[in-house]
Unconditional design. Structure first.
Length: 342
């Protein structure tokens, strides 16, 4: 629970008061506890209504400096003011982006719509949708979000619990880890190959994709492969040393994307009731491996005729439900990586 994890505290009378609205200073304390960065000194506050002797002063200043919570235009924080549900959503979303999370495909958020989504303030729309997409808030199409209602202590505790101690939290931190590795690798490749901060050029040189917990950087030219391999080694980054594999491959990102687009279209044409479960290149990027839930002989024949040995269809190694292992198409446009779903 969030109390055992010291994220939230009860009251001196032994109660938690779950239905009581959260104040802005209580929310600051919650997210300061979640970040747990060891900040222990209070010099001065950027808010004129926060003094050093206030119980929440350190927490408010800490989360404000991290841009997790902001004050008002008159340089006040209004610590005792209750926070609305949509305001809390923005704070929670600011927190995950403070950690370094990047929204992989903003268009996916457009599919999230509460029954009262139109009443969510414009400045909170993306945050409300993103928390729902990541599974940090309860969501089902048509359910109400009640954006202007005050967020209660119970609701805040539930979201904090989901963000820190659940399968959703584990999945989020796995995604965050992958993004960190991808971004560091992309920066190293950019410098090694002289792209000039234009990583889109890599689409013609190779491909990045995840396989069995490792990020594969495959390049079609041996000289460039050697340059990238040397640059990764010289970075002396333990995270990259454990995770990144550099090798020479056959197809580049642009070619793989073209095969993917054509393969999806052909499969949907031949198997209108079928579902694509996952897609990734093989380790030498000579072909795409597409896992589906059904394959007819005529579909295999059509794929062989169109793609020869560049695209292979396969059934999953063990039974999967319709909801297991799904991926989003198109692949994330952040840098157009090919991500496996683990």
């Amino acid at each position: 629970t969030v109390t055992k994890a010291n994220l939230m505290k009860g009251y001196s009378d032994g109660t938690f008061r779950p239905n009581q609205p959260m104040t802005r200073e209580e929310v600051a304390a919650l997210f300061n506890n979640i970040t747990d960065d060891g900040t222990a000194a209070f010099l001065s506050s950027k808010f004129k209504d926060i003094t050093s002797d206030r119980w929440s002063a350190l927490a408010i200043e800490s989360v404000a400096r991290k841009n997790i919570i902001s004050g008002y235009g008159d340089d006040t924080y209004k610590p005792e003011k209750y926070m609305s549900r949509q305001e809390f959503a923005v704070v929670a979303d600011n927190y995950i982006h403070y950690l370094g999370y990047t929204t992989e495909d903003p268009t996916v958020l457009d599919n999230i719509a509460y029954g009262d989504q139109k009443f969510v303030a414009p400045w909170a729309q993306d945050a409300v949708r993103e928390l729902a997409y990541l599974g940090f808030t309860n969501y089902a199409p048509g359910t109400l979000f009640n954006p202007e209602k005050y967020v209660t202590r119970a609701e805040a505790a539930e979201i904090a619990y989901r963000m820190t101690q659940t399968e959703q939290a584990l999945a989020f931190h796995n995604t965050l880890f992958k993004q960190q590795v991808e971004n560091k690798t992309a920066n190293i490749i950019d410098k090694a190959l002289g792209y000039g901060n234009d990583f889109t050029k890599f689409r013609q040189d190779g491909a990045l994709f995840w396989e069995a917990g490792q990020l594969h950087a495959s390049l079609t030219d041996q000289k460039k492969t050697d340059l990238v391999s040397k640059a990764i080694t010289e970075a002396h980054d333990p995270q990259l040393d454990r995770t990144v594999v550099v090798s020479k491959g056959k197809l580049n990102q642009a070619q793989l994307e073209e095969y993917q687009s054509d393969a999806i279209a052909l499969y949907q044409q031949k198997e209108p009731q079928g579902k694509i479960l996952s897609i990734s290149p093989n380790t030498d990027t000579s072909a795409l491996l597409i896992t589906v839930d059904s394959i007819q002989k005529s579909t295999l024949k059509a794929f062989k005729k169109k793609f020869h040995d560049n695209v292979f269809l396969q059934l999953p190694p063990e039974p999967l439900t319709k909801s297991d292992g799904n991926i989003q198409f198109p692949l994330p446009p952040r840098v157009n990586y090919y991500n496996d779903k683990q």
